[in-house]
Design a protein around this ligand. Structure first.
Ligand code: ADE
Length: 547
């Protein structure tokens, strides 16, 4: 066998290369093996001092001494980077340092203190040419990767942030453009425990009737319930107090409110009324002022919070009061106006709106305001007459309301569901009965009897079948005595009522038409007032002259 010529590096620090030749040993297990290392002494390198670098050295040598190990040194001084590969006895210092990692099988660099340069050193043994690849601090490597994580996350979040800013800005602009201040923006935090409000009152001015935007606030109004003031099919109404510190109270000036409480099972009715109130176009001085809707899950209740009207509902009011022609005019014309507003497809500003049918017009669903005008409430059965009415909604809309006030076609369940006008015509029929009730308690008709509801001869809550007998079979309507027509204004109202409760829905007048007729009688009434006083003045002048 031929001897192999290899290079070796001297064990001392002379950095001299020596050529040495020796015979190849065929059985190495018998004698200790000297370390085989890379040993290019000093070389320039491109290794950046990060990650893993292969030593650019093509010389391999067996270390001259048995106890020597492979060493690699990386230095950077100014722009010069060098690698040094040597064999070294770890018992001896190298550049004033003792090697502490020579038992490693890989050469893992450690930074050491050095004057004027960056200095990394590693040593290894037990593997051939173990200083061939050198590994810079693994942790440092990982750290640099983790350093990248932040920027990567940031970069990937940028589009999300841009979208979020866009959405928030658009929402803000929408709110500002609609000039709908959030009454809960100001003021102290509200103090209820049961927190799940659904809608916020958002009247655009203090006289507006409604508050209609969705509320994403989590606060409930601080409310103290007082006495029960009304009880309906689906809910009870309480007089209640808005406590100190409520921003709604401060902003809207409400101290006393009405709270309509629906039990959990009546969710559908609450939801419908809340949704109807949420339509900003419903706002009208004669529609109950809506403040907010709340889901009070803890109490298994749903609430609607509205303005409170101390005069109560029209039925109670007429039971307890005889009214003047002026009151009749105020109540009757405001009722016709509010129903016309509901039915209209235009707002008072001429903007398009969805017409609404109330479907439960009756004197107990009308509150009396202090100015003696009507305030329509209870929209639990109301129906938005838009083109998006579903088949289900239509199918369920055949017969709803209170039997006593149901139009003949509703009693028969023969309402024309394909024509939205049918729903308005049924409302007009019910409104006519309310107008009749109002006249029945007006001093201008002569003798005023005690309050009786329309079809008052029937029991308290007549069923649909008995109403059918009266209204369909007998074509019965409440009586209009002759004495009622002695007053010109009331004569007009009575004539209109008869046209509004016509058996044929198509023949009925519209609410708008009734409102206009009221406007006309006001004019006539003022004329007659005027001629009365002129007559009086004339009489006085005559008397004075005669004297
Ligand atoms: N009964 C029903 N609703 C009412 C209200 N808002 N104010 C007074 N009484 C009522």
């Amino acid at each position: 066998m031929n001897a192999v010529v290899i290079y070796y590096l001297s064990g001392n620090q002379s950095n001299f290369l020596h050529l040495f030749s020796f015979p190849l040993i065929s059985d190495t297990s018998a004698i200790p093996v000297r370390q085989l290392c890379r040993f290019c002494d000093l070389r320039a390198t491109n290794c950046p001092g990060r990650g893993v670098c292969k030593v650019e050295c093509d010389i391999t040598a067996i270390c001259p001494e048995y106890n020597e190990v492979c060493v690699s040194i990386w230095r950077k001084k100014d722009d010069n980077i060098t690698f040094e590969t040597v064999c070294h006895d770890p018992a001896l210092p190298l550049y004033g340092l003792y090697l502490d990692d020579y038992n490693n099988t890989k050469c893992v660099m450690k930074e050491k203190k050095a004057k004027d340069s960056k200095f990394f050193i590693c040593s290894c043994s037990n593997e051939e040419e173990c200083n061939d690849h050198i590994i810079f601090n693994l942790n440092e490597h990982t750290a640099s990767e983790s350093e990248l994580v932040g920027p990567v996350i940031l970069v990937s979040l940028v589009p999300l942030l841009v979208i979020a800013i866009f959405v928030i800005t658009s929402f803000y602009c929408y709110r500002v453009c609609n000039q709908q201040p959030n009454p809960r923006k100001k003021g102290k935090p509200l103090d209820n425990t049961d927190k799940h409000p659904i809608i916020d009152p958002e009247g655009s001015d203090s006289s507006s009737t409604h508050a209609n935007n969705l509320n994403h606030n989590t606060e409930l109004l601080p409310i103290e319930l007082d006495v029960l003031v009304g009880k309906g099919r689906f809910a009870e109404v309480y007089k209640a107090k808005l406590k100190q510190g409520s921003s709604v109270r401060e902003e809207h000036g409400f101290e006393t409110v009405a709270v309509k409480i629906f039990q959990f099972e009546e969710y559908a009715s609450w939801k419908n009324e809340k949704d109807i109130f949420s339509d900003a176009d419903l706002r009208h001085e004669n529609v109950l002022h809506f403040l907010t809707a709340e889901e009070r899950k803890g109490q298994r209740q749903y609430w609607l919070i509205t303005a409170y009207h101390p005069l109560g509902n029209l039925q109670e009011f007429l039971t307890n009061h005889i009214i003047s022609w002026q009151d009749l005019w105020l109540l009757g014309s405001s009722l016709a106006r509010v129903v016309a507003h509901l039915h209209s497809d235009r707002t008072s500003c001429g903007r398009c709106k969805v017409p609404i049918a109330h479907r439960d017009i009756k004197s107990s669903n009308i509150l009396v305001k202090k100015d003696m005008t009507c305030c329509l409430c209870d929209f639990g059965l109301a129906l938005r007459l838009d083109n998006s009415l579903s088949v289900d909604e239509l199918a369920n809309s055949g017969q709803v309301g209170t039997a006593r006030y149901m139009a003949p076609e509703v009693l028969e369940s023969r309402i024309n569901l394909e024509n939205i006008e049918s729903f308005k015509q049924a409302d007009v029929y019910s409104m006519a009965l309310v107008l009749w009730e109002i006249i029945s308690r007006c001093s201008a008709i002569g003798e005023v009897k005690e309050y009786k509801p329309p079809f008052g001869n029937l029991r308290e809550h007549p069923c649909v079948e008995s109403m059918k007998d009266s209204v369909l079979r007998d074509r019965g309507r409440p009586e209009i005595p002759n004495s009622w027509t002695s007053h010109a204004g009331i004569q007009m109202v009575c004539g209109s009522i008869e046209e509004c409760w016509d058996h044929d829905p198509e023949a009925r007048l519209t609410a708008h038409c009734i409102a206009e007729r009221f406007d006309d009688v006001e004019y006539l009434d003022k004329l007659s007032d005027c001629s009365d006083s002129e007559e009086k003045m004339l009489e006085e002048i005559i008397v004075v002259n005669e004297k």
